[in-house]
Design a binder for this molecule. Structure first.
Ligand code: AHR
Length: 492
């Protein structure tokens, strides 16, 4: 059966904030250390201690923004431990993640250098759970004060005269859990207090992000918006895709069709979460001034056998590629309220884009989806009207096709499509309204094996290829999506 779809390119809806394509790098397992930072003396080629291969790969994604240093780590991170001569920096135990020694060699200066190399904006998360108001206030002063001040002086002593530009600043992380086990009423008050002293110095204007809800904790959003909404620019939301349950997670590899279906269903749940959290935000903020910032999302599986379970190292299959495509479509379709999203995490942790082993590096299916989708950044979101065919299993049904469309400043139209069925192809006939585009080209990510993934021995098992099953004639775009595929089309 051919499914009819209409893309109304004469009806732009909102702008897709490029920050939806944001990333997250925490002091967790081998994300920062080994994955990004190897130190200047490493035999692995690096620039100021940051590995060149990873930088080169990440630069191809046009990363807009990077969140650091956590996660749970943020609420036990004391930034002054991470400045000054590396050999004199305090060593601490990373109690959240594997109980390993953190030598603080990657700190504020190294993070800003990383952002410079990636040409992305920094997003720093401050410590509310175990840090003081003064500590947070001084960190902002250290980073952004231009002129004579105690912290600007300390920064200069450490080799950086000029302040850095810092826009995105998070006031705590998961303060309902690892960030202090607080009640929303208590955190809302702390948020108001801490953010007061996170000052705007000179021209540097902070975009302040309050720690938001866990998954479907709608009460958290309600209380935060009611009590502190007017003091924030963004409110976060964390939701991971976890087949099985939090207590009984599954492995990244070796899944069957039932687990594939469950993973797709849980990914699609993000749409409901955004809709319901947004409805609460609309009540207190009808102008939609406060952004919904989904600063942790992605798959969470059991760690790979034989690795430290506290390091959250997992493989990444075609299934993760579909999860990424579905989420990015959902974020784009909610781009009025969703102003940023940060996949967890960039390298070697959870739904990573890059995996490393010694001096080797591989790109995951998730990486390839981010590369295919980057064309949407900052475009106008277009209205798509269609009724998806259904994908059913065990009495449950899901929409088989996920879609999002946008138009760039030059008038090119991009359509991203995910066929989530493990078995059935999808035949689409898309009526293009309000465009005179005459040609179509595309890229596809798919594989006949649902468990297909890249290894250090076979790093190109899953990758992108030109998509040839699309034809545009008289304003109608016909295309045939194979099962388990992600496709991005360009019309010009
Ligand atoms: O991304 C891993 C962890 O997940 C983060 O540290 C925490 O914020 C969340 O629970």
């Amino acid at each position: 059966m051919t499914v009819k779809m209409r893309i109304l390119s004469d009806l732009p809806k909102s702008t897709i904030n490029k920050n939806i394509y944001g990333h997250f790098a925490e002091h967790l397992g081998r994300c920062i250390y080994e994955g990004i930072w190897v130190g200047e003396d490493s035999p692995i080629p690096n620039t100021d201690g940051i590995r060149n291969d990873v930088i080169a790969a990440l630069r191809k994604l046009d990363i807009p923004v990077l969140r650091w240093p956590g996660g749970c780590f943020a609420d036990e991170y004391h930034w002054k431990d991470g400045i000054g001569l590396p050999e004199t920096r305090k060593r601490m135990i990373n109690t959240h993640w594997g109980g390993v020694v953190e030598n603080n060699h990657f700190g504020t200066h190294e993070f800003f250098r990383l952002c410079e190399l990636l040409e992305c904006e920094p997003y720093i998360c401050g410590n509310v759970g175990s840090g003081t108001v003064q500590e947070m206030s001084e960190w902002v002063e250290y980073m952004t004060f231009d002129g004579e001040s105690p912290m600007a002086g300390l920064r200069a002593e450490n080799g950086r005269e000029q302040p850095w530009a810092l826009k995105y600043f998070g006031v705590g992380n998961e303060n309902w859990g690892c960030g202090g086990n607080m009640r929303p009423e208590y955190y809302a008050d702390l948020y108001r207090q801490y953010q007061t002293y996170a000052r705007n110095y000179g021209d540097n204007k902070l975009y302040k992000i309050a720690g938001g809800a866990n998954v479907d904790d709608y009460n958290w959003t309600e209380v935060l918006m009611r009590e502190a909404g007017r003091f924030m620019d963004g409110l976060s939301l964390h939701s991971y895709t976890i087949p099985g349950s939090w207590e009984e997670k599954r492995y990244a590899l070796g899944f069957d069709q039932g687990e594939w279906f469950e993973t797709m269903k849980k990914s699609l749940h993000m749409d409901e979460l955004i809709t319901r959290h947004s409805a609460i935000m609309d009540k207190y903020d009808p102008e939609q001034r406060v952004g919904l910032i989904i600063d942790e999302w992605g798959t969470w599986f059991l760690s790979e056998p034989g690795t430290n379970p506290g390091f959250l190292y997992q493989q990444n299959t075609l299934r993760d590629g579909l999860v990424a495509g579905i989420h990015l479509n959902i974020f784009q379709n909610h781009s009025k309220r969703v102003q940023m999203a940060n996949i967890a995490q960039m390298v070697n942790v959870l739904q990573a884009l890059i995996l490393t082993e010694g001096d080797k590096m591989l790109l995951t299916p998730t990486y390839h989806v981010f590369e295919m989708y980057k064309v949407h950044q900052d475009n106008e979101l277009l209205e798509v009207a269609f009724e998806s065919p259904v994908y059913s299993m065990g009495g449950e049904s899901l929409p088989q096709v996920s879609v999002s469309a946008s138009r760039d400043a030059a008038g090119k139209i991009y359509i991203s499509l995910c066929n989530i069925s493990h078995a059935d192809s999808a035949s689409l006939s898309i009526e293009m309204i309000g465009t005179s585009a005459g040609s179509v080209s595309g890229q596809i990510l798919t594989h006949s094996d649902l468990n297909a993934h890249n290894t250090f021995e076979a790093p190109e098992t899953v990758g992108t290829a030109p998509f040839t099953e699309a034809a545009l004639k008289d304003g109608v775009l016909d295309c045939q999506l194979p099962p388990a595929s992600v496709v991005v089309l360009t019309l010009e």
